[in-house]
Design a protein around this ligand. Structure first.
Ligand code: PGD
Length: 762
């Protein structure tokens, strides 16, 4: 590139960048119609004080003093050769003494966009090669419940979310979009692996201009962009299934449900209809019943059912709804409601789980494979659903249920993490603190002194994406991006690949790990899969060097064909769904057979188990932030610009603020029985009454000397959330909602320490 500019990419957009020795200039990709302002977080991040510069080892771990791990422990700097010898010896010791089933390498996290320096792939490959495997995690914090329920009732989560109704179809065909949980642009700004074109805003605007009516069904009115011109239905938190049932009942009451579709394409509707009509429990799930639960007017529910039965109607359900106790139910009931409307598989209609939840959805899928780092084979059977990490560490050997199986938690002695931040992403951080004190050794590769790094024993500095060459690609993005190194690594930071290669050498498996390739040779090797597929289609398929020179390459897409649901609609025999019956399972014999009280055999209204009380009267929504991806670059310019007095901003409805004497800009304390945090108040009528909104991602910053449940002085909502699975079926993350109280904070305001390296560091 000219004048020192390099093409690069991130989970939140493609861009060019230039390093001047102190800061980074960033220019969004010229072809991106709506670049993410989160790109600004890169500008001053590379040499920020929060960056990890040298390998560090916890002093008390080295001295074996048995002192608990904590935020404020002392670390000792160690030269690379020494720390790698030490770590190789520790890995060998644990492996020899307890086996590979004592090493937790689940290591969840988004890390960076590049496909080669993909921290997950690197750590998994290393543990597979070195020890024949590790205890893994399954599913994600994003889609823990839907990834398990959808295959039982409709098809795989990937197929249903990624190759289904596109934004092109919405802008051309949809008349009504029932967006349960909304489709906020802050979420579709992001796609793992990269996103070169942000199309959602313009697609919704185009649709609205054509006449599409969007309904934002959420306690937050701005969960759809203003360009959608949406009607806001401020539903009570966690009551979407009741609204869906009320709509379904209204359809039946007026004979508007599509009986032919239900008979031809579904199984078990008759069983579900008995429940819907209340034939066994005496409670019809009618609009009046739904209104009492949801707070939405009964006449409005009936009118919405009527409208949905006319024209082309699309039902979408966001990830957020299933990141809660009983999160399987809205995912399933959304599909059943769409089935009753009879439009599943039609352009712009039917059901698209997670449309707008990430930039991966609503797009055409690439017709050629993207580069993927091979991870090798994991020979260890034991695994956990990803959000059960604290349970596993705190209760080794204890039984748990998962998707019809009775399993036991493995006994973990060593935790190895690269590319994730559990002290950001996991629920009930005070419980996680206890859990992180159980293993003998914790190893973390990080770019910065995240709270997770501060709770580790061996902390190895990893390069940030801008400090290395890579290839950016996602299976739903039409561009392969040459992610060219922008700046030299900070301090002694090394690529994860280099670190694992050096460890592999010490463990005698270097050749198996590297296959004799250096980083550059791996990039060329991984690129070859894409190049060969392009050449086979007779398309532009430049050599690796030419691709690198050009900076990007266009990838072809599959047709906008509606995926598996369209194929099923067109021919239910030839296009059978991958469910036990080959049809849409309105009732699932398999799930009923598991006999889980918290996930029955058909979609069911199960009231939230965590209800507001006199002591804790507000429902907290802890969702994805708008100013950064998760916790990444919280110290970056854009993220910091949104804070008030350095604290994360919490939004309250004017009524709730007034009742507590809270004004805009005040510092407030949020608390419940699990913990407490400070945040800065903003007052907004876009937040329903009784609801309080604090996004995730502010780095955990506990007040020193504040006991077992220290106040987080920065605003991390995961000190408040509950660490309990969605149900015995999926055991997914339930971090989206919890019950709290809020009061004005008048004490002295402690300085933020989250971005200061731990002291003393010698
Ligand atoms: P990130 O902040 O993306 O969060 O959780 P996740 O752990 O993915 O963490 C990635 C880390 O990787 C960062 O600390 C970054 O510095 C590091 N990193 C970046 N590049 C590299 C690299 O090349 N090498 C190494 N070694 N490290 C690197 C996200 C998770 O949070 C997700 S996906 C969801 S959907 C959940 N959402 C919620 C929620 O809605 N509500 C609550 N309460 N909690 C949630 N937690 C979950």
């Amino acid at each position: 590139m000219n004048d020192g500019w390099s093409t690069h990419s991130s989970h939140w957009g493609a861009f060019s960048a230039r390093w001047d020795g102190r800061g980074v200039e960033v220019e969004p990709d010229a072809g991106d119609p709506a670049p993410s302002p989160m790109l600004d977080n890169f500008t001053d991040s590379l040499r920020h004080k929060a960056r990890l510069q040298r390998p560090m080892v916890r002093r008390s771990w080295l001295a074996k003093t048995g002192e608990p791990r904590g935020f404020d422990g002392a670390f000792v700097a160690m030269p690379w050769d020494e720390v790698l010898d030490l770590l190789a010896a520790e890995l060998s010791r644990v492996h020899k003494a307890y086996g590979a089933e004592s090493i937790y390498g689940g290591s969840y996290g988004w890390a960076s966009a590049g496909r080669f320096h993909h921290a997950q792939s690197q750590i998994h490959r290393f543990l597979n090669v070195a020890f024949g495997g590790y205890v893994r995690s399954v599913n994600s914090y994003s889609a823990g419940a839907s990834a398990v329920i959808l295959p039982h009732v409709l098809g795989s989560f990937e197929a249903l979310s990624r190759r289904n109704v596109t934004w092109e179809q919405v802008s051309q065909h949809s008349d009504t979009v029932l967006a349960f949980g909304g489709m906020a642009l802050k979420n579709s700004m992001v796609a793992s692996g990269g996103i070169s074109r942000h199309v959602e805003r313009d697609a919704m605007q185009k649709a609205a201009q054509r006449g599409t009516r969007f309904y934002c069904i959420s306690p937050l009115g701005d969960d759809l962009p203003e360009q959608a011109g949406a009607t806001w239905l401020p539903i009570r938190v966690g009551s979407d299934v009741a609204l869906m049932l009320g709509l379904a009942h209204s359809l039946v009451a007026e004979n508007l449900h599509d009986r032919d579709f239900l008979a031809r394409y579904c199984t078990g509707y008759d069983i579900f209809e008995r429940y819907l009509l209340g034939l066994d429990d005496g409670q019809p799930k009618d609009a009046g019943w739904a209104s009492a639960i949801t707070g939405i007017d009964a006449a409005e529910i009936v009118a919405l059912a009527r409208r949905s039965a006319q024209g082309r109607t699309l039902v979408t359900v966001s990830h957020s709804l299933q990141r809660a106790r009983h999160g399987e139910q809205p995912v399933w009931m959304g599909a059943v409601l769409a089935a009753m409307l009879g439009q599943i598989g039609l352009p712009g209609g039917g059901y698209n789980y997670a449309l707008g939840a990430l930039g991966h959805t609503g797009r055409r899928v690439n017709a050629v494979p993207i580069p993927t780092m091979p991870q090798g084979r994991n020979g260890v059977e034991a695994f956990i659903p990803v959000a059960r990490i604290s349970d596993m560490l705190l209760a080794p050997g204890q039984p748990f249920d998962y998707n019809g199986r009775a399993l036991r938690y493995p006994d973990i002695k060593l935790v190895y993490w690269a590319g994730g931040n559990p002290f950001h992403h996991h629920q009930d951080i005070n419980r996680l603190r206890r859990a992180f004190n159980v293993p003998q050794t914790i190893v973390v590769h990080e770019t910065a002194w995240t709270p997770t790094a501060r709770f580790a024993d061996i902390v190895l500095p990893a390069t940030m994406t801008l400090e290395r060459d890579d290839i950016g690609a996602a299976a739903t993005d039409p561009r392969l991006i040459a992610m060219r190194k922008v700046a030299p690594p900070v301090g002694e930071a090394r690529d994860d690949f280099e670190i694992f290669a050096a460890l592999a050498r010490r463990l005698g498996v270097e050749q198996a790990y590297t296959e004799g390739r250096d980083s550059r040779q791996w990039l060329a090797h991984l690129y070859e899969t894409t190049r060969t597929a392009l050449a086979a289609k007779g398309l532009d398929a430049p050599s690796f060097d030419e691709f690198w020179q050009r900076g990007e390459l266009a990838l072809p897409s599959e047709p906008d064909d509606g995926g598996l649901l369209r194929a099923f609609r067109d021919d239910p025999e030839a296009g059978k769904l991958p469910t036990p019956s080959g049809k849409i399972e309105v009732f699932s014999q398999t799930i009923a057979g598991f006999d889980y009280e918290d996930c029955p055999g058909h979609p069911t209204w199960l009231p939230p188990s965590d209800q507001p009380s006199a002591r804790h009267s507000l429902t907290l929504i802890a969702n994805q932030p708008a100013t950064r991806l998760h916790s990444q670059l919280d110290f970056g310019r854009y993220s910091q610009s949104s804070k008030i007095a350095g604290r994360e901003v919490v939004r309250l409805n004017p009524v709730d603020a007034q009742a507590r004497g809270v004004a805009a800009g005040d510092i407030v304390r949020l608390f419940n029985d699990r913990g407490a945090c400070l945040a800065a108040a903003a007052i907004s009528d876009q937040v329903a009454a009784g609801v309080i909104h604090l996004p995730t991602g502010a780095w955990y910053d506990p007040l020193p000397g504040d006991g077992d449940q220290p106040l987080c002085i920065h605003g991390n909502p995961n000190v408040l959330t509950r660490d309990v699975g969605t149900s015995r079926l999926a055991q997914g993350c339930t971090g989206q909602v919890t019950i709290v109280e809020c009061e004005k904070y008048t004490g002295p305001l402690p300085p933020i320490r989250a971005f200061d390296p731990p002291s003393p560091v010698t």
